[in-house]
Design a protein around this ligand. Sequence first.
Ligand SMILES: [Zn+2]
Length: 135
Amino acid sequence: MPVMRSKQKSPRRRFFGRMNNIFMEIQPETTCPSCGSAIPAIAYFCSNCGKPLRDKPPATTLSRQIVVYLISLFLPPFGFWYAWKYLKRADHESRKIGIIAVILTMISMLVSIWAFEGFINSVSQSLDLINNFNL
Ligand SMILES: [Zn+2]
């Protein structure tokens, strides 16, 4: 069990402590299955007791689902990573989340490709216009 060295922290330590708290708040959190302390969901080890956390099943709460779906929509490669994590699970709820994440990721990628094609088309149309002017 880790021992708190001192209750009084230097301003620098306090600043980093606060930054860490903010960081912990914006990322999905989970609890350690061993000691029950709150830890980031992406952590490999518990920061409190040091237990490895790789086997912990991904949470299926609504807030967690929203995070997964948003990541799938806006960061497609990570969406696939999440989808794979959920699809690995045997339970129906996790599979459903995985499938939705895959669909959202594919929609996101299709929209990106479509937007890129539109951009290419408009560029080639502009080039055609310039060529016609030169003739
Ligand atoms: Zn722990």
